[in-house]
Design a protein around this ligand. Structure first.
Ligand SMILES: Cc1cc2nc3c(=O)[nH]c(=O)nc-3n(C[C@H](O)[C@H](O)[C@H](O)COP(=O)(O)OP(=O)(O)OC[C@H]3O[C@@H](n4cnc5c(N)ncnc54)[C@H](O)[C@@H]3O)c2cc1C
Length: 395
C-alpha cells in the first residue's frame, strides 16, 4: 500500500508487541520498519493467556482473525480459574466466576509470530540489528544506532525492545538499574503452580514460581534465565507440597529457571520527544494476572488509533503522542500494581501477618481481574482524539 502518512516509523524489537504494531500500521499505510536484534523473529517461552481486553485490542488492530486462524482450537473461549492450596490435600479456595460470553484465548507464543510474520513485507524487517542508542537529530527527527555501527533515522521511534529495553533510557532517563527490579521470585518453566492447556489439549503450560519474599531488589547480575537446571533443584523447592503438584512437576522435562524482574518503580511517562515505549519496555510486570502482553496490545492499539487518525500528520504528531502518554501509564501501572498484589497473595505473603486464611484470600481475589478485563479503551481514545482535533490539534 502506498504511504498514507508524511512520517516514518522505526520499531525497535520484533516481539509480540512490536509485530502487532508493525502489522497494523503497515496495513493502514504507515511506513514502519522493524529492527530486531535476533537473526529471525523468535519467541522463547510457552503460552500466554489473553483476557477480553487483550482480545479486543487485537481485534482493534485488525490482527485477531490472523491469530485465531493459527490458534488451536481456532475460537475464543475462556476456561474458568480454580484456585487450590498447594500444600496438604489441595483445599479448594475459589472458583473465579466467568460470564457465559467471556472472550479469551490461550496461545502458544511461536504460533502468534507465525500468524503475523507472513503479513509483513520482508522489506520492512531487519535482523541482527541490536539497537544501542537513540538520539534526537537537530531537525527534530530521531536516529537509532545499532551495534554494527549502522543507524537509521525516522520521525517516530517505537521502543518495543522488551524488559531490558535500551529505548527506555532515552524516554525515562539514565538509571543505575535501567528502572528494573528483581522480585526475589523464580519460575520453573517447561512454583504457586499455574497450569493451562495450549495448542488444543496437547501442551500444558506450567509456571511454577518459588518466592523468598516477593519484595523488590536491584536486578540480578547473573543470568536471568538458566536453562536445563537439575530437576532435583525444582523438586527440593517443592519438597513439602501436595501430591497433585508433585505429579504436575514430574511432567516438566528439562526445566528452566527464570528470575522474575519488573519495571519498578513504574514509569510516569512512556513518551519523550517522538520516542514511544510499548509492551515490556514500558511496563514489564510480574505475570501473576497473566496481563503483561495484554497491556502491550492495549499500548499498540492506542498508538495505532492515534497514528492512523485521518488528521494525524507530522505537524501534530507530538500532540497526538501526548494523548498516548495521558492514557497509557496510569492504566498499565494499575495493572502492574494489581499483578504484584496477586503475586503476594499467590505466594502467601499478604495482606495478613503470617499469611492469609482461605477466607482472606477469597476476599482479595474476588473481582481482581474486572478492572483489567473490562475497560472501554476505544471510548477513551475516541474521546481524546475528538477533543484534540476539535481544538485544532491541541491538548
Ligand atoms: C513466566 C511468564 C508468564 C507470562 N504469562 C503471561 C500471560 O499469560 N499473559 C500475558 O498477557 N502476559 C504474560 N507474560 C508477559 C509477556 O510475556 C510479556 O509482557 C510479553 O512477552 C512482552 O512482549 P514485548 O513484545 O513487549 O517484549 P518481548 O517479547 O521481550 O520482545 C522484545 C523483542 O525485542 C528484541 N530486542 C531486545 N532488545 C533489542 C535491541 N536493543 N534492539 C533490537 N531488538 C531488541 C528482542 O529480541 C525481542 O524480539 C508472562 C511473562 C512471564 C515472564
Amino acid at each position: 500500500m502506498a504511504a498514507q502518512k508524511d512520517f516514518t516509523v522505526v520499531i525497535v524489537g520484533g516481539g509480540m508487541c512490536g509485530l502487532a504494531c508493525a502489522t497494523a500500521l503497515l496495513r493502514a499505510g504507515v511506513e514502519a520498519h522493524v529492527f530486531e536484534s535476533a537473526p529471525k523473529f523468535d519467541e522463547v517461552g510457552a503460552g500466554v493467556g489473553l483476557g477480553p481486553n487483550a482480545v479486543k485490542a487485537l481485534q482493534g488492530l485488525g490482527v485477531l482473525d490472523d491469530v485465531l486462524s493459527r490458534a488451536d482450537p481456532p475460537k475464543l473461549s475462556m476456561r474458568p480459574y480454580t484456585f487450590i492450596t498447594g500444600k496438604g490435600n489441595h483445599e479448594h479456595i475459589f472458583d473465579y466466576a466467568l460470564s457465559a460470553n467471556e472472550i479469551g484465548l490461550s496461545i502458544y507464543r511461536p504460533v502468534f509470530l507465525d500468524a503475523l510474520v507472513p503479513k509483513i513485507d520482508a522489506k520492512y524487517t531487519h535482523f541482527d540489528k541490536r539497537a544501542i542508542q537513540v538520539a534526537r537529530t537537530p531537525s527534530g527527527r530521531h536516529v537509532v544506532t545499532f551495534h554494527d555501527n549502522t543507524s537509521v533515522e525516522a520521525d517516530l521511534v517505537i521502543g518495543a525492545d522488551g524488559i531490558k529495553s535500551i529505548t527506555r533510557e532515552f524516554v525515562a532517563g539514565p538509571h543505575p538499574h535501567n528502572h528494573l527490579a528483581y522480585v526475589n521470585t523464580d519460575t520453573y518453566r517447561g512454583m504457586h503452580v499455574v497450569t493451562y492447556p495450549i495448542r488444543g489439549n496437547e501442551l500444558l503450560n506450567i509456571g511454577a514460581a518459588v518466592s523468598s519474599s516477593f519484595t523488590w531488589s536491584p536486578p540480578r547480575k547473573d543470568t536471568w534465565v538458566e536453562r536445563s537446571v537439575p530437576a532435583k533443584e525444582m523438586f527440593d523447592a517443592y519438597g513439602d507440597w501436595g501430591h497433585d503438584i508433585k505429579t504436575i512437576l514430574s511432567h516438566i522435562k528439562d526445566p528452566s529457571r527464570w528470575c522474575m524482574h519488573a519495571v519498578d518503580p513504574p514509569l510516569e511517562h512512556y513518551v519523550k520527544d517522538k520516542v514511544v515505549l510499548v509492551g515490556d519496555a514500558a511496563h514489564a510486570m510480574v505475570p501473576h494476572l497473566g496481563a503483561g502482553v495484554g497491556q502491550g496490545f492495549e499500548d499498540s492499539y492506542v498508538l495505532y488509533r492515534l497514528l492512523t487518525h485521518p488528521e494525524t500528520n507530522s505537524t501534530n504528531l507530538s500532540g497526538v503522542l501526548r494523548i498516548y502518554d495521558t492514557i497509557r501509564p496510569p492504566r498499565a501501572s494499575m495493572v502492574a500494581r494489581e499483578s504484584a498484589r496477586m503475586g503476594r497473595l499467590y505466594h502467601g505473603f499478604g495482606p495478613g501477618e503470617g499469611g492469609n486464611t482461605i477466607k482472606q484470600t477469597q476476599e482479595q481475589v474476588a473481582g481482581i481481574w474486572e478492572p483489567v478485563w473490562y475497560h472501554d479503551l476505544e471510548k477513551e481514545v475516541s474521546q481524546h482524539l475528538n477533543r484534540f482535533f476539535a481544538h485544532g490539534g491541541k491538548l
